[in-house]
Write a protein that binds this ligand. Structure first.
Ligand code: NAD
Length: 505
């Protein structure tokens, strides 16, 4: 039996229960399929076959979940931080126990290759452990001294919050958003992406199993326009954290206006990787390939625009061409696979439409540009490399969100900066140069929330993660997450020495 066949067997065993009966919601500690619920079919991008029916949540379901989160809030808020820490570590242990199941279910549901997904549980657990350790200090504030007064700040959890997640790496992103909310003392209502609901249900099961009190964690499945919308409009919900498309961020802003929701947005990107003539060629090449073709290019921080300096352009593109043509596209459960199928047929068609856009714009399709017909009915795109592009082309301006790289030549540092910044987006940038001075100048002037110098995207949980411009509002990571999920109160204490103003004496 090949490793693929073994993985398929295991995956089918784990997936069978989702096929046997509809997947519903997790509300107030109970798994439920509401009476008369409408369902939709969840398919796998490997071959479009069904992974089972999923309940399309309604405003009434959201209402029950929000009320449960509200009812559970006071006790969770008042639980000592050390106890929340223990519970969240216990939760992380339980994630690790189910690592194999999480990896296989996730890969079949969203099409990400198992070589990346097998770390999903470990990374998800790490997110929980990091914020668990911070739970006891979450209320800490500042002391701000004046001559005759002392101010101090303290923080309290904002209340029940909504967490809305996308389909690209659903498990990882759910843990990344939920862990700080719970550590801060907020209760949550999670609305996972409709295209990839399964790992969110595993998380909900683990929450119950780990002893997270009923109502602290609620999950409602369904679509953005009904369940998602109702969540953002619900008066019990004090803040909403969204990871998704830029257009969705705009919808949420409008939907949350009447209840003045605090919003945190992690949105799209068209991230430049700038490779200068003096770069370490081989390391830069590895990173450029990794940062657009790993995770099927369905990654917010993917470097989808390569800005390449004229001196090394021909050599770099030739090396890139060879690498991209060599990428192993295949079934996500095959350990050899580097690029799997795109999450859904609709998304696959969107990505494929950019092949025509590139031709119309006048770019060259050096590698790929086609569907991988040989791989059957799945959403398999041949990894694609566009060259001879310029920054005004749609393939350089729009987020394609697939294994597709657009290459643009530049000559000077100033020009590289101008092209990099000429974008509606501002999530992250990557630069490759041996010059510290240039790295510092770019760091100062680049219009993004993050910059990696001589590195691919490297995870550091205390660091701020997030974008500017149309890529988002707010930062995740470390204490930045607590700032979002908590209110800061200032307390000012007089020393008894200052002159109180006197009126009407
Ligand atoms: P999407 O915006 O279509 O959906 C994200 C979530 O929002 C889903 O759960 C969806 O149901 C919900 N939603 C949609 N409309 C809604 C509405 N009106 N009200 C409430 N909820 C609504 O995004 P997607 O296609 O699932 O994910 C891909 C996008 O996510 C890409 O643009 C990608 O760049 C972005 N992303 C960003 C980051 C980041 O950190 N910046 C990370 C991962 C993905």
């Amino acid at each position: 039996m090949s490793e693929l066949e073994t993985n398929l067997d295991l995956a089918n065993n784990y997936l069978q229960r989702f096929k046997d009966k509809p997947t519903g919601h997790f509300i107030a500690g109970k798994m439920e399929v509401p009476a008369g619920a409408v369902t939709y079919t969840n398919t796998t991008p490997c071959d479009q076959s069904s992974l089972g029916e999923v309940v399309r949540g309604t405003a009434a379901d959201i209402d029950r979940a929000c009320n449960a989160a509200e009812a559970a809030f006071a006790d969770w808020r008042d639980m000592p931080g050390a106890e929340r820490k223990k519970l969240l570590h216990h939760f992380a242990d339980k994630i690790v126990e189910r690592a194999e199941e999480i990896a296989l279910v996730e890969a079949m549901d969203c099409g990400q290759a198992i070589r990346f997904m097998k770390q999903a549980a470990v990374r998800g657990a790490a997110n929980f452990r990091f914020f668990a350790d911070k739970a006891p200090e979450s209320r800490n504030g500042l002391a701000l001294h004046q001559e005759e007064h002392t101010n101090f700040t303290l923080r309290t959890p904002i209340g029940p919050v909504g967490i809305i997640t996308p389909w690209n790496t659903p498990f990882m992103l759910s843990t990344w958003k939920i862990a700080p909310a719970l550590a801060a003392g907020c209760t949550i209502v999670h609305k996972p992406a409709e295209l990839t609901p399964l790992s969110a249900m595993l998380l909900a099961e683990i929450a119950k199993d780990a002893g997270i009190p009923d109502g602290v964690w609620n999950t409602v499945n369904g679509f953005g326009e009904d369940a998602g919308k109702a969540l953002t409009e619900h008066p019990a919900i004090k803040a909403v954290a969204l990871v998704g498309e830029t257009a969705t961020g705009s919808h949420l802003m409008r939907q949350g206006a009447d209840t003045l929701k605090r919003m945190h947005f992690e949105l799209g990107g068209k991230n430049p990787v700038i490779v200068f003539d003096d770069a370490d060629f081989d390391r830069a090449l590895d990173a450029v390939v990794f940062m657009i073709y790993s995770l099927n290019g369905q990654r917010c921080t993917s470097s989808s625009r390569l800005l390449i300096q004229s001196g090394i352009k021909d050599k770099f593109i030739a090396a890139l061409q060879e690498r991209v043509a060599n990428l192993r596209v295949g079934h996500p459960l095959d350990p050899q696979t580097e690029v799997g199928p795109l999450v859904h047929q609709g998304h696959f068609e969107k990505v494929m439409s950019y092949m025509d856009v590139a031709k119309e714009d006048g770019a060259t399709i050096l590698v790929g540009g086609t569907r991988r017909e040989d791989l059957g009915n799945g959403n398999y795109v041949a990894p694609t490399l566009f060259t001879e592009a310029n920054n005004s082309m749609r393939v350089a301006r729009e987020e394609i969100f697939g294994p597709v790289l657009t290459t643009i030549e530049f000559t000077t540092e100033e020009q590289a900066l101008e092209i990099a910044n000429d974008s509606d987006y501002g999530l992250t940038a990557y630069i490759w140069t041996e010059s510290n001075g240039r790295a510092m100048r770019m760091a100062r002037n680049i219009e993004t929330g993050m910059l990696w110098v001589n590195s691919e995207n490297n995870r550091n949980l205390p660091s701020p993660f997030g974008g500017i411009k149309m890529s988002g509002i707010g930062r995740d990571g470390g204490d930045y997450s607590f700032d979002f999920y908590m209110e800061t109160k200032n307390v000012c204490i007089a020393h008894g020495t200052h002159r109180v103003p006197v009126l009407g004496r």
